[in-house]
Design a protein. Structure first.
Length: 322
């Protein structure tokens, strides 16, 4: 059985940043990632532009230099690959963690799809992107319904419904229209979300005003069928014909995995119980890093602030400031 000082579960930017801080503190660190490194970034839409500037996505004091102020997905993938190489991080990809058992000596046994590991401490940096917020409506399981958007090309000359009114929905709608799809957007809110990126809202609003994108506010989906979507606007029931549905309704952490470890979860917010000064949870020796610390509020923690969690964790494990 491999013995580590610290195992980091999750190879996203915040997990990698934590591993870098812990390695710099002299710890033997292993990152275990169920997919490829920065798996969430890889699954972003193909032409995704980041909200943050490149310097705010930097980890490990490795410069992220791009021609434009805000990098795109492929630039970020190349950058994080380079960081892993330059920092010589030990990362096991395509290995899924099944459970974590605390031992009598306060160490942990981490069980994965490929073996078992022992560690003094564990950092959970699993993010939330694998767990969509389902609408729990009839027909949501149909193959025409997606909770992730990759690119618009396959949907040329089709009727596409986008559910949601924040950044992921707006980005998807714009690319779908540019790819020749006929797009309708349904949003439960009564007006445009203030979280929409300011550089894309004018274009989106212009397309709505011109009728290129059909948009309904105060709209709640009731049922999805093979050819239609039934929804409610205030007291009126409506039906729209469509070929594909993108339910961009957000994501949440894997509460069941956290609970299995023994981490307490606030039922209302979905936030794990942890010390903000150290990132240690109520389970001694188990820490969290990245967006998972925000619970169900995915607009609270991003790469640009979650990348600093590793420093807090390393300081606490060492028992003194670095």
């Amino acid at each position: 059985m491999s013995v580590e000082d610290v195992i980091v579960i999750g190879g996203g930017p915040c997990g990698l940043a934590a591993a870098i801080s812990l390695k710099a503190a002299g710890k033997k660190v292993l990152v275990i990632e169920k997919g490829n490194i920065v798996n969430t970034v890889y699954h972003y839409p193909t032409h995704q532009t980041f909200f943050s500037s490149s310097e705010k996505l930097e980890i490990g004091d490795v410069a992220f230099i791009t021609e434009n102020r805000k990098p795109v997905r492929n630039q970020a993938l190349a950058y994080y690959r380079e960081v892993v190489k330059r920092k010589e991080l030990r990362v096991h990809t395509f290995e899924r963690v099944g459970r974590i058992d605390k031992q009598a000596d306060d160490s942990f046994i981490v069980h994965t799809s490929k073996g078992e590991y022992k560690a003094r401490q564990v950092v959970v940096a699993t993010g939330y992107y694998d767990n969509p917020n389902y609408m729990h409506v009839l027909g949501e399981e149909l193959p025409k319904v997606y909770h992730y958007f990759k690119e618009g090309h396959p949907y040329f000359n089709t009727d596409v419904l986008v559910i949601g009114g924040k950044n992921s929905s707006v980005d998807a709608a714009l690319e779908l229209v540019n790819s020749g799809a006929r797009v309708t957007v349904l949003y439960q809110g009564s007006e445009y979300s203030p979280s929409i990126k300011p550089w894309i809202l004018p274009e989106f609003e212009s397309l709505v005003n011109s009728g290129t994108i059909m948009m309904e506010f105060n709209a709640k989906v009731v049922e999805i069928t093979e050819d239609h979507v039934i929804y409610q606007v205030k007291d009126q029931m409506k039906t729209i014909k469509n070929d594909f549905v993108f339910a961009m309704t957000g994501y949440h952490p894997d509460h069941s995995f956290l609970g299995q470890i023994g981490i307490h979860i606030d039922e209302e917010s979905g936030r794990p119980l942890f010390d903000k000064e150290t990132m240690e949870t109520n389970v001694e020796g188990v820490y969290i890093a990245g967006v998972i610390a925000a619970g169900n509020n995915a607009n609270e923690i991003f790469i640009e602030n979650g990348r600093f969690h590793g420093g807090l964790i390393a300081q606490h494990i060492l028992g003194k400031k670095m």
